[in-house]
Design a binder for this molecule. Structure first.
Ligand SMILES: [Zn+2]
Length: 256
């Protein structure tokens, strides 16, 4: 079973999920078509399906050209009303791809956008979560409310700890710099910074992450931890509930 990142733009990854035995491919959030066409040709693959997490152009910009050239089946959020989507999805639906090789449960995770969905493979414990959860960070809150975004992140935090987390952007080092500013004594954050710097020096992706790693390092999943609460209170002493701590930390990150 192989999942590889295809680089696009400056810091996007289009995840390429291979069929276990056949020359077939599924891609997640192809913001650009050319890198995917190149990958298909290089590996002699047929594009079978396209999963979309949300409607932002750096996630869907390549879909039409890929669909037109390959006939791939396109999956997306029912909330996003995209005319090229063949199957419009919402929680608690699930889908199968590559006939029935892989199953994905659909999770509705509003916050970055209101219609954002994530794809979770329960038998292999893979999560494709777009711009909702990043390694050591989370997406910007463009459309949602803090309480809603916090609940979406909690939904992902409750997946099994060993779940592999495939997000769309290579924002890890800047996220970790912020995480360290929130929790200067967090040893896991320090260790991840060293590891991630090494990987980036070798031009490797720092992804996937795991839920266990995120629970230990990601300030947006640690809003009940004393150092994170302390950091939030330095900006907003009135923040009380976990989701209010989250809102304050998210605001601090916007200005970091
Ligand atoms: Zn986005």
């Amino acid at each position: 079973m192989k999942i590889e990142p295809i680089k696009a733009f400056t810091d996007n990854y289009i995840w390429a999920l291979h069929h276990p035995t056949q020359q077939r491919l599924c891609v997640v959030d192809p913001g650009d078509s050319q890198p995917v066409f190149d990958y298909l040709e290089e590996h002699q693959l047929k594009l079978d399906s396209i999963l979309i997490t949300h409607y932002h152009n750096d996630h869907i910009g390549g879909v039409k050209a890929l669909k037109q050239a390959t006939g791939a089946r396109v999956y997306g959020s029912v909330h996003d009303n995209l005319d090229f989507v063949d199957e419009a999805l919402n929680e608690p639906e699930s889908i199968v791809i590559f006939d029935d090789q892989y199953q994905f449960e659909i999770l509705h995770v509003p916050g970055h956008t209101l219609g954002h969905i994530a794809y979770y493979e329960p038998h292999r414990q893979w999560l494709f979560c777009g711009d909702t959860l990043f390694k050591a960070g989370c997406g910007r809150m463009f459309e949602g409310e803090p309480k809603q975004f916090y609940q979406s992140l909690q939904k992902l935090a409750q997946l099994p700890p060993q779940t592999q987390v495939y997000c769309t952007h290579e924002y890890t080092l800047s996220n970790l710099a912020f995480a360290e500013s929130v929790e200067p004594d967090n040893q896991v954050v320090k260790q991840l910074i060293a590891e991630s710097q090494q990987r980036r020096k070798q031009q490797q992706a720092t992804l996937p992450s795991t839920i266990a790693s995120e629970l230990a390092s990601n300030p947006f999943l640690r809003c009940d931890q004393a150092p994170v609460i302390k950091a939030a209170h330095s900006a907003d002493p009135a923040a009380k509930h976990d989701w209010q701590i989250f809102a304050t930390i998210r605001r601090l990150k916007d200005n970091f």
